[in-house]
Design a protein around this ligand. Structure first.
Ligand SMILES: [Zn+2]
Length: 329
């Protein structure tokens, strides 16, 4: 069995043997960017990412002027300095990718999930996993209580909210991040055949992604005077002063009992672009790693759960706390 690929966490995820950072939120020499959400993007000398992520980064102007972006097609293999790099769909948002690495000298492998979900969404390609010796996975919803209801049910509730609001003479406002959730909402509104108005930041991204989204409902840019009779799709936190609006937040955090009050909205719906707790376990079963590193969210809790099932699992960036529970190997 080849030795595992070394993973460290100086202040972000770093693979010293390849001199490659994974989704660092600060500029570095060489980085893999799994998707274009703002906490995963920075100006690097060399960035590997998917073609769609490259397009979004260019529109959002987060590419370093003197930097090089190497956009890779999904599933294609790039031979690079003794490594094989392969991007796999992550299912999180349009264009989101996992990175599968093979060290050619001995065949050791590593899979980095980035943000992901196994469920088939409406706006992202279905996630594809590959076996790897080392798995670095996100655990945003890593507690057993996070179990999402079927997306069809959530969407049906969302559409009922929209119709009810409109039949009361109100304007429904669906809140989701401009990149990812907003396109998922647009796709979910497809069947409702209602006219939609979107915030400028949603319009900017949707224009870029439209060729990958299939048929979308009729949408146009938000105009306050003509908003009545439309469904509005806005990012959370955007300013909107209109009479008779009813707001709904679309987020996995809707599962938390206080979500409605915390977001200050009229309704919440648990439409998430992350894996829930059962999907995290399914990921480990399918990837069959020898070692697992966890990032984001409930890393320590999920690591403890995996260890109780016999896995070598560590919360990345929290090594100090784990010294007691591991012998060196
Ligand atoms: Zn994300």
């Amino acid at each position: 069995m080849p030795p595992l690929i070394t993973v460290t966490h100086p202040k972000g995820i770093y693979l010293p043997e390849a001199d490659l950072w994974l989704d660092p939120h600060f500029g570095v020499k060489r980085a893999f960017v799994s998707h274009a959400h703002s906490d995963h993007v920075a100006r690097h000398d060399l960035s590997f990412c998917s073609e769609i992520t490259h397009q979004i980064m260019a529109v959002r102007k987060v590419v370093k002027k003197s930097g090089v972006v190497q956009a890779l097609p999904m599933r294609g293999v790039l031979e690079w300095e003794g490594w094989e790099l392969r991007l796999l769909p992550a299912g999180h948002i349009t264009g989101s990718a996992m990175l599968h690495l093979t060290r050619k000298a001995d065949g050791a492998t590593l899979l980095y999930t980035g943000d992901y979900k196994l469920r088939q969404g409406l706006s992202a390609e279905r996630c594809e996993l590959m076996q790897a010796d080392t798995l670095i996975m996100e655990t945003t919803f890593g507690l057993p209580k996070y179990r999402f209801p079927p997306a069809e049910d959530v969407i049906a509730q969302m559409l009922a909210f929209v119709r009810e609001t409109m039949s009361d003479g109100g304007i429904p406002v669906l809140l989701g991040y401009s990149l990812g959730k907003a396109q998922e909402i647009l796709c979910a509104l497809r069947a409702a055949e209602l006219p939609v108005m979107v915030h400028p930041s949603v319009a900017q991204i949707t224009e870029v992604l439209a060729p990958h989204l299939g048929v979308l409902p009729k949408w146009r840019l938000f105009n306050a005077e003509e908003a009545s009779g439309h469904v509005l799709v806005f990012p959370p936190g955007a300013k909107l002063e209109l009479p008779k609006i009813r707001t709904a937040m679309l987020s996995g955090w809707a599962l938390q009992s206080s979500a409605k009050y915390r977001y200050g909205v009229d309704a919440v719906f648990a439409l998430s672009d992350h894996a829930d707790h059962p999907e995290l376990h399914e990921t480990v079963e399918r990837v069959r790693p020898r070692r697992i590193y966890l990032v984001h969210g409930s890393t320590r809790e999920f690591a403890a759960e995996l260890r109780s099932r016999g896995h070598d699992a560590r919360a990345l960036g929290a090594e100090d706390q784990l010294e007691l529970s591991f012998s060196a190997h």
